[in-house]
Design a protein around this ligand. Structure first.
Ligand SMILES: Nc1ncnc2c1ncn2[C@@H]1O[C@H](COP(=O)(O)OP(=O)(O)O)[C@@H](O)[C@H]1O
Ligand SMILES: [Mg+2]
Length: 606
């Protein structure tokens, strides 16, 4: 048993303890923690970690980050100000804390079973879990099942599948494989080979059930056994064609399922190779009874761009009633409240302050990954604090700028970084205007024609899950421009922040110029928007002028207080100019504000 800070780490029983409470850590993050704890206070590079933990498998560094994110959450660590795991940018990680060896008895608990369990309970997925349970029961009775769990990144596919596999373990053998971006799409049967490895592989060979499975599988599927290194080759694979391969694999798995029900999990099918999809298709179409359930996850938007025929496969299986689709939606506000209460309870007792749950839900738009990152951010930035036995927020919530929590920004950055450079530029140009942008503005930012841009964005929205068309705008010249929405504010912020300042400023000016030409003669309508672009480009004088125009417009609409706020802002912007440049204008604006104040007072008095 090892001790670091207030934690005890028990590698034999694969668990972690904090103050006598057992903390539930999923197997993969646990392996990462184990390696870090065994190699404390030195740089552990990403490659070293990946080689040490998954020598046989290609694991994306992105996945590693997710595990570290989970570990930080469990340890209550802060990425910006770490106590345990520090990120060494572009290199890897360093476990900062001293680790000491202790006796198990000294840790104050003798066995795994009798401690209360602190775990990240799944929230808001009761219906889905119940449906999975019903389908699994049918599978156990011999009615083979295929279930697709779909949802965007962070929507909780893996979490749901994990929960299902936990409860299935009592009755079934669970095997798992995962597709990965890049390599996985090119290497035939990549996730299936991983799945067979987890079912039959030689790690932890003392398991008698596994040995039995290996023998049975080798009898029925000798070619596959040879392929995954479980039996001598015997020349079988030379006489193999693809149909024979698929048939043998299906028969092998069915034979195993006859012995004990089986849950096969294939994750992230949107990156799967076509051989894997063919296999899934073949397995599901076989008519004989089999006590197996195949549980596959994918992101629908990415699936549309998979050159293999995943979408078709899904459609086909669902229309023939061979499969079930569970499409994960954002979780609701009550579930977000439960989640928040659970997370806070792990830190200290007390009821979450009112309004925090709805703030978190609103900010995350019900995406559990975003929700988790936002709660973590509120805690690590000490915006949500526990003092004098209660939880409090330190600033009025509407004023809290959650920005983009660092870990989340890193993950989104990775996601964006994997797109082509053209796709990145298109997304960045859209983000110049905001979460919602018309194509003409993005076209102006890019310096290309509107029609070309319309085509490019239409195609892009088909490939990018966080970009959606949202209607049309009719322009003064009679032409139409499509509106697009970035599905989450956080994407806009990352896309905006990653652009070099000089490029961003130029883009804002180009959009401003386009606004002025498109809406020539309707200056009042666009003054506010124009001011925002000038301000973002650092064109203080123009920005102040546009704000004054916008204020005049507000006065016409009889909104004196709005006008006063704009004029005050214009004054602030003028502070960026030297005194001589601004003197006359300042005096004029101040006079206008004073006039408005008098008018407002008169109105109040009357
Ligand atoms: N229903 C849920 N309740 C609580 N936490 C959740 C839930 N769904 C997901 N999470 C958390 O959000 C994070 C992302 O979820 P994950 O299952 O990995 O998403 P996906 O596989 O869809 O990308 C996980 O770390 C998990 O802890
Ligand atoms: Mg997942």
């Amino acid at each position: 048993m090892k001790q670091f800070g207030p934690f005890q780490f028990d590698p034999q029983n694969e668990c972690l303890w904090h103050d006598g409470l057992q903390i539930c850590v999923k197997p993969k993050p646990f392996s990462v923690l184990r390696y870090l704890v065994e190699n404390p206070q030195r740089l552990v590079t990403q490659d070293e970690l990946l080689d040490a933990l998954w020598p046989e498998t290609y694991v994306q560094p992105q996945v590693l980050r997710t595990y570290v994110l989970e570990l930080r959450k469990l340890l209550g660590d802060d990425a910006d100000n770490p106590r345990f795991i520090a990120t060494v940018p572009k290199r890897g990680y360093r476990f900062l804390t001293e680790v000491t060896e202790i006796q198990a008895a000294a840790a104050g608990h003798s066995s795994v079973g009798n401690a209360s369990h602190v775990s990240d309970a799944i929230v808001g997925r009761d219906r889905e879990l119940q449906l999975l349970d019903e389908l699994f029961k049918k599978a156990v009775c011999g009615e083979r099942q295929i279930v697709f769990v779909t949802g965007e990144m962070g929507m909780g596919k893996t979490t749901l599948v994990d929960a299902c596999s936990q409860s299935a373990r009592e009755k079934a053998v669970v095997a798992r494989g995962q597709s990965v971006e890049g390599l996985g799409g090119k290497e035939p049967y990549y996730p299936i080979v991983e799945l067979l490895g987890s079912l039959l592989g030689s790690h932890g060979t003392s398991d008698p059930d596994r040995e039995k499975r290996r023998q049975l599988f080798a009898q029925i599927a000798p070619g596959w056994s040879a392929l995954i290194g479980n039996a001598p080759a015997n020349g079988a694979s030379t006489t193999w064609n693809r149909d024979r391969m698929l048939g043998e694999l299906c028969e092998g798995l069915e034979a195993l399922a006859a012995d004990r029900p089986m849950l096969l999990i294939v994750e992230d099918l949107h990156w799967a190779d076509s051989a894997t999809l063919d296999f899934l298709c073949a397995l599901v179409r076989r008519r004989s009874a089999a006590r197996l359930m195949l549980l596959a996850t994918f992101r629908p938007a990415e699936a549309a761009t998979n050159p293999a025929t995943l979408k078709q496969l899904k459609q086909d299986l669902v229309t023939r009633r061979l499969g079930t689709v569970i499409a994960l939606r954002p979780i609701d506000e009550d579930s977000a409240a439960t989640y928040l209460a659970q997370q806070l309870a792990q830190v200290a007792p007390g009821i979450p302050p009112s309004g925090v749950a709805s703030f978190v839900h609103h900010q995350s738009e019900g995406n559990p990954l975003f929700m988790m990152a936002i709660v973590e951010h509120l805690l690590s930035q000490r915006l949500l604090v526990h003092a004098a036995d209660t939880w409090r927020v330190r600033a009025p919530l509407p004023d809290v700028d959650v920005g983009v929590p660092a870990d989340l920004a890193e993950m989104i950055e990775l996601e964006i970084g994997q797109r082509s450079s053209r796709e990145q530029r298109l997304l960045e140009a859209g983000a110049i205007c905001g979460v919602v942008f018309p194509v003409w503005s993005a076209a102006a930012a890019l310096g290309i024609g509107d029609l070309d841009a319309e085509e490019e964005y239409e195609a892009l929205a088909g490939r990018i899950h966080f970009l959606h068309a949202a209607g049309h705008d009719e322009l003064p010249d009679g032409s139409r421009s499509t509106f697009y929405v970035l599905s989450h504010r956080i994407y806009r912020e990352v896309l905006y922040g990653r652009q070099p300042v000089a490029r961003r400023s130029r883009a804002h000016l180009q959009v401003a110029a386009r606004l002025q030409s498109l809406f020539a003669g309707r200056k009042a309508n666009i003054a506010h928007e124009l001011a925002a672009h000038f301000e973002a480009a650092g064109e203080w004088s123009n920005a102040a002028e546009a704000l004054c125009a916008s204020a005049e417009n507000a006065i016409v609409r009889r909104s004196g207080s709005e006008a006063a706020a704009m004029l005050t802002r214009a004054l602030e912007l003028l502070q960026n100019l030297d005194a001589q440049q601004r003197a006359a204008r300042e005096a004029r604006i101040q006079k206008r504000i004073a006039g408005l104040a008098t008018a407002l007072n008169d109105k109040a008095a009357s």
